[in-house]
Design a protein around this ligand. Sequence first.
Ligand SMILES: Cc1cc2nc3c(=O)[nH]c(=O)nc-3n(C[C@H](O)[C@H](O)[C@H](O)COP(=O)(O)OP(=O)(O)OC[C@H]3O[C@@H](n4cnc5c(N)ncnc54)[C@H](O)[C@@H]3O)c2cc1C
Length: 429
Amino acid sequence: MNYSDNYYVRTKAYELDSNRLNESLQCDVCIIGAGLSGIATAYYLNKTNPNLKIVILEKNKIGWGASGRNGGQLLHGFSSEDYSSQKHSEDEIKTLWNFTVDAVREVKKNIKDLNIDCDLIEGYLLTSVTKSHDEELKKFIDQLHNQFDYESAQYLSKNQMQDYFDSPYYQSAMYDSECGQIHPLNYCLGLAKELLKNKNCKVYEESEVLSYKHEGKIKIQLTNKLEVIADKMVLCCNAYLDNLNKDLRRKIMPVKTYVSAYTEIPNQVLSNYFKRKITVGDMLFVLNYFRLDGNNNLIFGGGVSYSNIDPINLENSLKKSIRKILPGIEKYNAWCTWSGHVAITANRFPHIGAINKDIYFAQGYSGHGLALTTMVGKMLAQTVISSNSNFPLFEKLQHRNFPGFGVIDTPLLVLAMSYFKLKDFLGLK
Ligand SMILES: Cc1cc2nc3c(=O)[nH]c(=O)nc-3n(C[C@H](O)[C@H](O)[C@H](O)COP(=O)(O)OP(=O)(O)OC[C@H]3O[C@@H](n4cnc5c(N)ncnc54)[C@H](O)[C@@H]3O)c2cc1C
C-alpha cells in the first residue's frame, strides 16, 4: 500500500528509491517492518558492522505505520510510570528511566550527526487538568529530581505556564527543556537514507512477509513463493503484526488514535495561546497531545478508538477537545486529519526481547515510541551482534496476554477503557 494521506507525507523532505523484492535471497539479518524500530535496528547494526548483509522487508512503505503518522512528540519516559507492579529494584528503575532519557538524546544526536531535515524543536509541557493531576505532577517532578537525578524538568504554576502556553483548560505544568518535537517521517526517512548508503543494506517495500520457519536458518516466506533466508531475524511490526506471531500478538492490542494538522490559523490567533513553538501533552487518560511546529502549523492529536471504529467525522471529533483547550481555533478547517494504530500492552511498558538466540522482537510502545524506538534499535543491534538473547531490564517487565485473544478482547477493552474515560470526564483522576 502507498502512504495514506497525512501532513508528514505531504511535507516529506526525502524521496528514497523504492525497491520491491523480486528474487529470493540470503542475508545475515532480516528485519520485518520498516518503521522506526526496524530502521533504527538496521542503522545500528550497520554502524557496528558494515559487512553485515541486512535486509528489511516492509509490507507497505518506509515509515508507513505509526512511525510516519504520529504526533511528533519526542518524549522521555514510558507510557506508564507505574513501576509498582514490576519486579525492579530502585536502581533498575533508575536505569530504565535513564534509558528513556538517553533515547531522546540519541535521536537528537542522530539528527545533528546525520544532518536530518526533520524540524527538531526542544521544549515540552506536561499539563494538569485537575487538582489531583497537579499533585501528581509535583510528586513526579520530585521523583525526577531526587530519585532519578534528572534536572531538566521544572514545575510551572498556571501564571508561570502562561509564559510558554496559555489555555483556560490547564491548571499547571511541568516544563521539560530536553523533550520536544520532530517531523517523524522525515526522521525515519533520514535514518533510512543514511543506512542505504551501504550497498550491503537493502529495504524492500511492498514486500509482505506471510510466515517464517526456523530450521537452523530462518526461512521467511513472501508472496509469489519468494523466500529470504537469514541467520537472524528481528520482528518490528508493532500494531500491524497480525498473525505473523500469535504469541507476540496476544501481548498487544492495536488501538486507533487521531491527528489533525492546521496550516491556516493566523499567527496572531496562535500567539494568544502559544508564546513560543512548543509541544504540549496533558495528563488525561485519553490524552490530548499537540504542538506548534517549525512552520507555525498546529498538529493536534487525541481521541482513541478501542473498538477500532472511527468517529463519523474525525476532524470534528478532535474539535471537541480543541474547543476546550484552544477556544476559537475550532472555527478553522484542518488541512488534513488522519488515524494510526498504536500497539498498547496491558502494563503500558514496551515489550522487547528474544524468542530464541536468533529471533528478536520489539513492540508495544503504547503510544510513546518516537524516541524509544531509536534506543531500542540500538539495544537490539548490540544484542543481535553479540548473539546474546538477554535484555535483563526489559525481560523483568511483566507482560500479560490480553484476555480472549481474537474473540472477545476488543469488547473487554472497550468496557475497561470506558471506565477510565468516565473517570477523566468526572475529573476523578
Ligand atoms: C496517531 C499516532 C500518534 C502517536 N504519537 C506519538 C507521539 O507523539 N510520541 C511518541 O513517542 N509516540 C507516538 N506514537 C507511537 C509511535 O509512533 C510508535 O510507538 C512508533 O512509531 C513505533 O514504531 P515501530 O517501528 O515499532 O512500528 P511502526 O511504525 O508501526 O512500523 C511497523 C511496520 O511493520 C510493517 N509490517 C507489519 N507487518 C508486516 C509484514 N507481515 N511484512 C512486512 N512488513 C510488515 C508495517 O507496514 C509498518 O510499516 C503515536 C502513534 C500513532 C499511531
